[in-house]
Design a protein around this ligand. Structure first.
Ligand code: SF4
Length: 159
């Protein structure tokens, strides 16, 4: 069911995203769908000095309704799947999805089992993949910058 909801052509919506440095920042809503919390800690570090997330053209939204991009970290636990779906549905169009960390991509060290569905890689079209366990704040910032430049990640699997 979550695949059906999230399998929208995010990529074509990216052209409508706001460019950095002009007007409002591109707002990210972070949701941790499981995992060890390491990716979330790196993201919180990125939102603090000496990094300049705001200066790079991004902000962290408090609610999905105020977000342009859903930033997912951690494996998709069965418990969090409906929460992720609800967050996605609450976001206005155009919108996209970012997977931060190996767990969000393919389940990472948690894999797929009675408690988790693995990662989002085989379930949805991902606009930005940020591999690593965890990716560093610098990695994340570089990835976000490439997103605003419109760089295409050639290794995307089919949706
Ligand atoms: S990718 Fe690594 S750091 Fe991030 S949630 Fe998974 S185990 Fe933790």
């Amino acid at each position: 069911m979550i695949r059906a909801v999230l399998s929208v052509a995010f990529r074509q919506n990216m052209m409508a995203m706001k460019p950095a440095g002009r007007g409002a920042p591109l707002m990210l809503f972070h949701i941790e769908t499981g995992g060890c919390g390491g990716c979330g800690m790196e993201l919180r570090a990125l939102a603090s000095a000496p990094y300049d997330l705001g200066g790079a053209g991004f902000g962290l939204a408090n609610t999905p309704a105020g977000a342009d991009m859903l930033l997912v970290s951690g494996p998709l636990t069965r418990m969090m799947a409906p929460v992720l779906q609800a967050a996605w549905e609450a976001m206005p169009d155009p919108k996209g999805i970012i997977c931060m960390g190996d767990c969000a991509l393919d389940g990472g060290v948690f894999g797929e089992n009675y408690a988790t569905l693995g990662g989002l890689e085989r379930r949805v079209t991902i606009d930005l993949r940020l591999p690593g366990c965890p990716p560093t704040p610098t990695d994340v910032l570089a990835g976000l910058a490439s997103l605003l430049r419109g760089d295409v990640q050639d290794d995307l699997p089919p949706a």
